[in-house]
Design a protein around this ligand. Structure first.
Ligand code: FAD
Length: 517
């Protein structure tokens, strides 16, 4: 696989160190075949360990400083809102809240870690159900998903009972605790899973390297084979080539298709079928009638972030409840309990910790090839790549779904207690769940970009990963599914390399990066 002018040669380059890129690297490394993996990440680590969740930084001032240092990019557009901490707005009028994260761990260093499984027509039909099921289980292990993180939350049972009475039906999964990617320490401390948990000891292994501050600018090709990546050291501007037997791009739903486009790899569906989850929000004060007066009180339970054990910012009272998606109901609901401190109510109203709940409903959106990210050859981004543009609109059916979600959220807020204001619809892009732009499919029929293993149509050894490969119209938070599909991609890459290695002598040892542009 020697490539002229190449500084490094590895077996696999993975682009992006978010949950998916990290999971791909981990699964490849765990395969035990000594595959050499290089992960390129444009961003920098946000602390120790690399890829740890920012909210786990115990010191609030230090945490804020890390987030402030990341806050760059354009301000909010008309109709948009400020970027969520840790993200940068893309600057797209059709999707004003579209955002990306550029740091080790990607958005996975900032996420809320809700990890529901897809169900019914959310499930990608192009993957064998048993295979997908096992991959979802592996993804749950990698992300440390649990439904027990908030077992001590005192009012969660009441919330779930109300939600169950309202929404449970025989054909639906029942309302209950949201599966979350959270680790529970022996002292009861709760920590969000960042990609550092997915990685484990990955970055210390001899066959694996995480190279930060390094942008993949172009994929190098020889016919339908990708031979490596042109990388840029962003601190010095130095460009160099890296040779690879296979490349996996997991650089989010906007920048994955951007890199393919910039490299002249342009399947017809590239960037198309962009979707997200239109989001409806509300808040409610849980009525005392739902809360048994004689409920046992856990006197040791910390009720504010400041008092949470073991550092981190998760308060054990902040239970997360779930109203699962069902095909007869095109939403899924997340109900989060808040600690009492940030919610001033009427004078004289004493709010118990966990008594205020925030309701977020994510809607399934119809798929359309006209909703897309596209790349403007007449304008460059800060790295000289074609600028990201977004064309995106709701259909009549989408508007009907959103209206129905507003109704349903309102009903849930009323059933729970006293609604705090009216439900409201967030601007497009607010979900931070962007899907479909390199979607997978059974056949290269113009409606997909890759096969069910993530291999890009028309290439031998280029793979894509991330929410962008999810082909279905979903409502559930996507990361668990994307990590599961990434696990399958890693296994396909490993199998391909094993077949090649069986047919060829070992590749040359890697040399340090040295080739100037
Ligand atoms: P990302 O995490 O976006 O990582 C992509 C990485 O690629 C980035 O680090 C980026 O710097 C890097 N990169 C991009 N281009 C290049 C390049 N050319 N060269 C080198 N590196 C590159 N999802 C859920 O499922 N549940 C939730 O509860 C949830 N809550 C969220 C809350 C917030 C506040 C945020 C911000 C996100 C949330 N998400 C949630 C979304 C979730 O974080 C993403 O689905 C997930 O991180 C996607 O993983 P990824 O690895 O595909 O991409």
């Amino acid at each position: 696989v020697a490539v002229p002018g190449v500084a490094d040669v590895v077996d696999v380059v993975v682009v992006g160190s978010g949950p998916v890129g990290t999971a791909v690297a981990r699964e490849l490394a765990d395969g035990g075949s000594g595959v050499r993996v290089l992960v390129l990440e444009a961003g920098q680590p946000l602390g120790e360990p690399a890829g740890g969740h920012v909210k786990n930084i115990a010191d609030a001032a230090a945490r804020d400083a890390v987030l402030a240092a990341l806050a760059t990019g354009p301000g909010p557009l008309p109709g948009g809102t400020p970027a969520r901490p840790g993200t940068t707005l893309v600057g797209a009028p059709d999707m004003p809240n579209a955002a990306v994260s550029t740091n080790v761990g990607g958005m996975g260093a900032h996420w809320t870690a809700a990890c529901p499984r897809p169900a019914d027509d959310e499930v990608p039909g192009c993957v064998d159900p048993a295979v997908l099921d096992e991959a979802l289980t592996r993804a749950e292990q990698l992300l440390a998903v649990t439904t027990h993180a908030f077992d001590r939350a005192p009012l969660t049972g009441a919330v779930q009972q109300v939600l169950g009475e309202l929404f449970d039906r025989p054909q639906r999964r029942p309302a209950g605790p949201m599966p979350v990617a959270v680790t529970v320490g022996e002292d009861g401390s709760l920590h969000w899973t960042g990609p550092a948990i997915v990685a484990g000891d990955l970055w210390d292994r001899p066959d694996v390297e995480l190279r930060t501050g390094t942008l993949a600018r172009r994929l190098l090709r020889d016919g339908d084979r990708v031979t490596g990546v042109e990388a840029v050291d962003l601190s010095s501007g130095r460009r160099y080539a890296i040779g690879a037997r296979a490349v996996v791009v997991a650089a989010d739903a906007f920048r994955t298709p951007q890199l393919l486009w910039a490299s002249g790899i342009r399947p017809g569906a590239l960037g198309r079928y962009l979707t997200e989850h239109p989001q409806v929000m509300a808040a409610s004060l849980l009525d005392e009638r739902h809360v048994p007066a004689d409920a046992p009180v856990d006197a040791d339970l910390p009720v504010t972030a400041a008092a949470a054990p073991g550092g981190g910012a998760i308060v054990p009272v902040s239970g997360v409840s779930w109203v699962p998606y069902a095909a007869d109901r095109p939403f899924h609901g997340q109900v989060m309990q808040m600690d009492a401190s940030p919610v001033p109510l009427d004078p004289g109203v004493a709010v118990r910790p966990g008594q205020v709940v925030g309701l977020g409903w994510f809607c399934r959106k119809e798929l359309s090839p006209d909703n897309r990210v596209w790349f403007d050859e007449d304008a460059a981004d800060e790295h000289g790549l074609p600028a990201i543009r977004i064309a995106y609109a709701l259909s009549d059916a989408d508007r009907a779904s959103v209206a129905a979600a507003v109704e349903e959220v309102g009903a849930a807020a009323r059933a729970l207690g006293r609604p705090l204001g009216e439900p409201f619809v967030m601007p497009p892009g607010s979900s931070l769940h962007y899907l479909g732009t390199t979607r997978m499919g059974r056949a290269d029929d113009g409606t997909s970009v890759c096969d069910p293993a993530g291999r890009v149509w028309g290439t031998e050894n280029l793979y894509v990963g991330g929410n962008n490969v999810i082909p279905t119209a979903t409502a559930c938070n996507p990361t668990l599914t994307a990590v599961a599909l990434g696990v399958l991609t890693a296994r396909a890459v490993a199998a391909q390399l094993a077949a090649q290695l069986a047919a060829q002598p070992a590749i040359q040892p890697a040399t340090p990066p040295a080739t100037p542009a």
